[in-house]
Design a protein. Structure first.
Length: 275
């Protein structure tokens, strides 16, 4: 047996059997897993599968689903347009106050979403900081579909910034420096070297941003309201029908769970390491 074969067999064995963990750690790990899985299983068991499709295809459910998908796609696009440059500046530039600005950009990750919605309302509402000037030219943002997109973008942008910034820091500057020595301009280095190099990180960030936007509730309710066909997204629909029509609430909740699981699996799927 060659050295390469022995190394490969040892590597496969290391992946197959984990021997460096204390036995006691499996108990709290199992408890944590159960804490997540049991409530999800309860929803699955509670669902009225015989009426599942009619519940999903009701007019209000379809309106909410279509609105959620449409606005989540738009907000994800906005996150890409403004989030990639923002993450690039944080990862590659150095300037006073950088750490404080990064902290503020990531604040929506830990901020209660309804607080974000109120902040948006005071900024872009009729009497808001920016909304007053917009009102002069006849632009009203709150309680419109635009407000839904803005609320989703506010809470989803940090996910893209974190993913892209992390990918940039992992990639380093070696290849960009080589391209620059060959005469490539900074813009060409960015488009032809840096962004293709971190494409997996961008994709993961976009998927996470889309999933977060799709599940947004508090900021949307505070800033956009809940008008059927206009601002009532799928999470708002679940909240409104949870008592009057629990079967619909369960069915719509399962749709959100499935979409969320797909998003997380795609964002964190193992990638083949390039040799």
């Amino acid at each position: 047996m060659t050295q390469d074969e022995r190394t490969g067999r040892a590597s496969r064995g290391a992946h197959a059997v984990t021997t460096d963990l204390p036995r006691w750690i499996w108990a709290p790990a199992a408890l944590g897993l159960a804490f997540i899985l049991v409530p999800l299983a309860a929803l699955v068991l509670r669902a009225e599968w015989g009426d599942f499709w009619p519940l999903l295809t009701s007019e209000s459910s379809l309106d909410a689903l279509a609105l959620s998908l449409r606005t989540a796609l738009v907000s994800t696009g906005i996150c890409l347009v403004i989030g990639i440059p923002l993450a690039t500046v944080f990862a590659r530039a150095r300037f006073p106050g950088q750490q404080a600005l990064r902290a503020f950009v990531l604040v929506p990750l830990v901020l209660p979403p309804v607080v974000g919605g109120i902040a948006l309302l005071y900024a872009f509402g009729r009497r808001g900081l920016v909304g007053q000037a917009l009102g002069v030219v006849g632009v009203q943002i709150p309680f419109t579909e635009v407000a839904v997109v803005m609320a989703q973008t506010f809470v989803a942008l940090p996910f893209l910034v974190m993913s892209v910034e992390g990918a940039l820091r992992s990639a380093g500057t070696r290849y960009g420096a080589i391209a620059a020595t060959l005469g490539a301009s900074p813009g060409r280095v960015l488009w032809r070297v840096t962004l293709p190099l971190i494409a997996p990180g961008i994709l993961s960030g976009a998927i996470l941003s889309f999933s977060r936007a799709l599940g947004e509730f508090g900021a949307t309710l505070a800033f956009a309201g809940s008008l059927q066909g206009v601002t009532r997204t799928l999470p708002l629909q679940v909240y409104l029908v949870r008592e009057s029509d629990s079967a619909s609430a369960v069915a719509l909740s399962l749709v959100l769970i499935v979409l969320a699981v797909i998003g997380v699996v795609l964002a964190y799927r193992p990638r083949r390491v390039q040799p």
